[in-house]
Design a protein around this ligand. Structure first.
Ligand code: ZN
Length: 310
């Protein structure tokens, strides 16, 4: 989905975006952008047509995210509505272009109307007591909370929802989302394991598809287990890419994935990291994991295409 405005509801939905360093315009992130980066080393901007470095642009986006979950493909929808005092109002998100199976990652409810002479209304979201759970599936329950002697009869509310299409989540994307959530709440060390899992979970099926025709299921499984993730990433993946006629995974990003792998082992074996992980490095590692999962997607597409051709 690209950026879109809905005339009937006045809502605006923003796609996950990266900023072109040449023309400073926002570009919707699409898998073809990653494909150009891996195949040619740069990506053409759909606005100014100049080539740019997607790896750099993504890391810059991670440093100043308008949408903290953009790297996992999250959308942002904004709309305003009016709430009468005295009766909570159910707002169906589907009416504002948000899929019924969407995962709501974050929402911000802001009061926009000014107060009256002797009172005002605060727009609030009603939640289940004790749990961070919405009482209405696929919707928000909003209410105007009167304050003071004579508040006005209604209040304007501005709603900003960050959400993901439920169907877009494979195992790699799901782990990437966990890493972004950890970063968002500044639990920096908790970025490590899910970021690493995102790549391992994406690489596993690539390896199985490639080696399955060359041995029995159990032999292939044992071979890949014995090889381990490190050898899969650093030896088998370059071999497989060469066989499929694809460029190698970029050295700099593979280096980041190896740092991530070592940190993951440190955490799992020691229970904590020797040195605190800096937030800038955490952003680099999540970005590298996203590129790792996208490279695996590209390889699988090529595997499927060459399987059909033979
Ligand atoms: Zn541009």
């Amino acid at each position: 989905m690209t950026n879109s405005a809905d005339q009937a509801t006045g809502s605006i939905t923003y796609a996950p975006m990266v900023v072109c360093p040449n023309c400073a315009k926002g570009l919707e992130i699409r898998s073809e952008m990653y494909d150009s980066f891996f195949m040619a080393g740069s990506t053409p901007c759909a606005r100014c047509q100049n080539e740019f470095d997607l790896w750099r642009a993504i890391r810059e986006g991670m440093a100043h995210p308008a949408n903290p979950f953009f790297l996992a493909g999250a959308h942002v929808t904004e709309f305003t509505t009016e709430l009468p005092v005295g009766q909570p109002r159910a707002v169906k998100l589907l009416d504002f272009g948000i899929d019924s199976d969407a995962r709501i990652l974050d929402r911000l409810i802001s009061t926009i109307s000014p107060g009256g002479e002797h009172g005002l209304n605060l727009a609030v979201e009603l939640m289940q007591p004790w749990k961070d759970e919405r009482p209405i599936p696929g919707g928000l329950l909003l209410a105007a909370l009167p304050v003071g002697e004579s508040p006005p009869s209604s209040v304007g509310v501005s709603v900003r929802v960050i959400w993901l299409e439920g169907r877009s989540l494979g195992p790699g994307r799901e782990s990437l989302l966990l890493a972004l959530e950890a970063l968002h709440v500044e639990r920096i060390d908790e970025v490590v394991v899910p970021s690493n899992t995102a790549v391992e979970a994406s690489l596993g099926p690539v390896m199985e598809d490639y080696f399955r025709p060359h041995g029995s299921g159990s032999d292939v499984e044992r071979f890949l287990t014995d090889a381990g993730y490190s050898n899969q990433l650093n030896v088998l993946l370059p071999m497989l890419a060469a066989h499929l006629g694809l460029p190698k995974f970029p050295e700099e990003i593979r280096g980041a994935l190896n740092r991530l792998r070592r940190l993951r082992n440190e955490l799992v074996h020691r229970g904590s990291l020797r040195h605190r992980l800096e937030v800038g490095e955490a952003r680099n590692l999540i970005s590298a994991a996203a590129f790792g999962t996208e490279y695996c997607r590209l390889i699988r597409q090529r595997q499927t295409a060459s399987g059909r051709a033979s």
